[in-house]
Every structure is written in structure tokens, then in C-alpha cells.
Ligand binder design. Structure first.
Ligand SMILES: *Cc1c(COP(=O)(O)O)cnc(C)c1O
Length: 372
């Protein structure tokens, strides 16, 4: 025990963001209470317009969460039973859940060393029943959609899981605008986070947008209009008001993440056995997560946590190794890159407002752990 222990560093700290919008948010909440328009109110329509412009698409439809956004994007694009949908094996489970929920057949593909879906492996998994591929912008970097298009040919739909990439771009094109439709999540910890669950579908297709708008609200746009078997996945006005206030500041917050990523790159450059994340050519990364690779990861993680440094694993196993997806029948060894990465990845503290001093504490703790 040292007399003066170093302060701990949280994995994520949302308080600076909340403080920045708090006064305006409270005003907006009072207005919503006064109006009584708690669900799909004018704040929702306003945020949908703002977010569509931000993502460079014609249409944004606010929904209840990111998983629903993916489900509704798939349903909106007409994907369902009898269709095969290819998804990267190394993603948050929701990407795979969405495919299962719409009744399509889940086909997994391996990833590359930069954590993104591998177009070469995707090409091997295309069959006559392949309807779509979901590119996941994992950790905040847009998936290689041009290479995916080449891999699958012209008839297969591309869908984007943009839950981790608000504000990112690839070759100048914003995240959320790749493919026929994208689903994004505004879970509080995402780059653009609500004060609870929220999500959105973005699309350039008026047809898909109309269908999603109906599906999120019991299959019709007007009350007691049920044209299709829909669901209840509406965005509420409180979340939309928060999202509008945060969207105004997102560019600045993403710039702070980028500065922090560059600082980590300097601080961690010479650590033995540590592989730092790369930004692919053409990509503007928004560092939802800062994921490095280390040997003996479980011990390193434990030592970081013991030193008071918040760190995590995103994600501890690829989709096929979760009990929920054992019915796919893929044992260990089926997706070798995803499986190897799952043993080595470690997510370091990353959030707007993280200080240089906090990052030095992280770097020192990691340095000690990997040199042991
Ligand atoms: C967060 C996330 C989702 C799901 O979003 P929820 O709002 O939690 O339902 C889907 N895909 C990825 C890659 C995510 O990170």
C-alpha cells in the first residue's frame, strides 16, 4: 500500500456530457410535461430531421433502441424467413439477434485483424439465398462497404450496423448512410447517447422509411391504422430532446475522443507485446471504444482493474460461442480470427473529457502489467 494511491480512472464518465446539456435539458423536459406529448412528439420529428442531415440521408426514423432499429431496418428492406443474412462473428450480440428475430437464417463470417468483417470470408459464404450482409462499424470505424459490395455482387443488400459510429465517415461519407438502411443505437454509453434506451433507422429509401415508420407504431402511421403486424418501438420526446442537445455537441466530443486516441498512441507506442488499433485508409474513426491487443489478456485486465483503471472486453466471445447461438452448430475453431482476437482484446478508458493525466495513469498501469 502506498501512502498516496493514484486516483482511479473510470472506463467511461458521462457526467461531463450531462453537465453540458443539463440546464437546457431541464427546460425541454418542462416543456414536454406541459404539452403532454411524451411519445413521438414534435421533439422526435425535429431530432429525426437533424439526425438525417447529420448522417447524410433523406430519412431518419426514431425507435426504441438499437436492436429494434436493426430489426426494423431488416423488415423495412423486406428481409425475413427464407433469407440468409451474413453478419460478422465478432459483434455485439444484438446484430445477430436482429437477424434471428426477423426469422432470417443467420450466417456468420470471420473478421480481419482490424476487427472489421472480412470481405474475403464473406465472399466464401454467399449462396443463392443470401439476401443481405450487415457491415458493423465496430468500435467506431465504418466497415469496408465497397469491398463488401464487390464480395457479394450486385443483388445482395448491404445493411449497416452504425450503433458505434455516430459521426464517423468513410471516404467522406457519413456513418449511417451505407447500404439500403442502417440501424443505430443511442444507448447512454454510445457516442451519441440518450438518457435511457433509444435508437434510429437511417435510409435513403422513401419506401423503406415509410415501412419502418409504420412498423415501429403497430403497423400504421395513424392511430388505429394497422396495415401490417408491427410493434411498439417509438422514440419518446424526452429522449429526442436530449439527443438534439447532444447532437449539437457531438462533433466536439468526437474530436476529444480522437485527441485521446492520439495520446494513447504516443503513450503506448513502445509497450512490448501491445498492438494498438489502426485507422483504415479513408476512415474517420470516432473511437466509441479504444481496443488494444495484449498477450495474457485476462491477467493484464485483472491488474488494470486492481490498479483502479476501468477496462473491459468487447466482447468476451464471438457470437457462435454464446449459448444463445449454439444452435448454429459452429464449434470452437470455426472463426479463427474472431476467436483469437476475443482472447487478446482489451478496451481502455475512452470518453470525451478524459484527461491527459488519466491517460498517463492508464498507460503506467498497462506498462507495468505487460512487463511482468
Ligand atoms: C449497442 C449496439 C447494438 C444494440 O443497441 P441497443 O440500443 O443496446 O439495443 C447493436 N449493435 C452494436 C454493434 C451495438 O454496439
Amino acid at each position: 500500500m502506498t501512502a498516496n494511491p493514484r486516483p482511479s480512472v473510470p472506463f467511461v464518465d458521462l457526467r461531463p456530457q450531462n453537465v453540458a446539456i443539463n440546464d437546457e435539458a431541464v427546460g425541454a423536459f418542462a416543456e414536454i410535461c406541459e404539452s403532454g406529448a411524451f411519445v413521438l412528439g414534435p421533439q422526435v420529428r425535429r431530432f429525426e430531421e437533424e439526425y438525417a442531415a447529420f448522417a447524410g440521408v433523406e430519412h431518419c426514423i426514431g425507435v426504441g433502441n438499437g436492436t429494434d432499429a436493426l430489426v426494423l431496418a431488416l423488415r423495412g428492406a423486406g428481409i425475413g424467413a427464407g433469407d440468409e443474412v451474413i453478419v460478422p462473428a465478432n459483434t455485439f450480440v444484438a446484430t445477430a439477434e436482429a437477424v434471428a428475430i426477423v426469422g432470417a437464417d443467420l450466417v456468420l463470417a470471420d473478421c480481419d485483424e482490424d476487427f472489421l468483417i472480412d470481405p474475403v470470408d464473406v465472399a466464401r459464404r454467399v449462396t443463392g439465398r443470401t439476401r443481405a450482409v450487415i457491415g458493423v462499424d465496430l468500435y467506431g470505424q465504418v466497415a469496408p462497404f465497397e469491398q463488401l459490395r464487390e464480395a457479394v455482387g450486385g443483388d445482395v443488400l448491404l445493411v449497416e450496423d452504425a450503433a458505434q459510429s455516430q459521426g464517423a465517415s468513410r471516404n467522406g461519407r457519413p456513418a449511417g448512410s451505407f447500404g439500403v438502411a442502417a440501424g443505430t443505437s443511442f444507448y447512454p454509453g454510445k457516442n451519441l447517447g440518450a438518457y435511457g434506451d433509444a435508437g434510429a433507422v437511417t435510409t435513403g429509401s422513401a419506401e423503406i422509411a415509410d415501412r419502418v415508420r409504420a412498423l415501429r407504431n403497430h403497423g400504421g402511421v395513424a392511430k388505429y391504422e394497422h396495415l401490417d403486424v408491427g410493434t411498439n418501438s417509438r422514440l419518446d420526446s424526452v429522449q429526442a430532446a436530449v439527443l438534439s442537445l447532444k447532437l449539437e455537441r457531438l462533433k466536439g466530443w468526437n474530436a476529444e475522443r480522437d485527441e485521446a486516441a492520439q495520446r494513447y498512441a504516443t503513450l503506448l507506442a513502445d509497450l512490448p507485446g501491445v498492438v494498438l488499433p489502426r485507422v483504415l485508409p479513408g476512415n474517420q474513426h470516432v473511437w466509441h471504444l479504444y481496443v488494444a491487443r495484449v498477450a495474457d489478456r485476462d491477467r493484464v485486465l485483472r491488474e488494470l482493474l486492481d490498479a483502479g483503471v476501468g477496462a473491459g472486453i468487447h466482447y468476451p466471445a464471438p457470437v457462435h460461442l454464446w449459448p444463445a447461438f449454439s444452435w448454429l452448430g459452429h464449434g470452437a475453431g470455426s472463426f479463427p480470427v474472431a476467436e483469437a482476437l476475443a482472447q487478446e482484446i482489451i478496451s481502455l478508458p475512452m470518453f470525451p473529457g478524459i484527461t491527459g493525466e488519466q491517460q498517463e495513469i492508464v498507460a503506467d498501469a498497462l506498462s507495468q502489467a505487460v512487463r511482468r
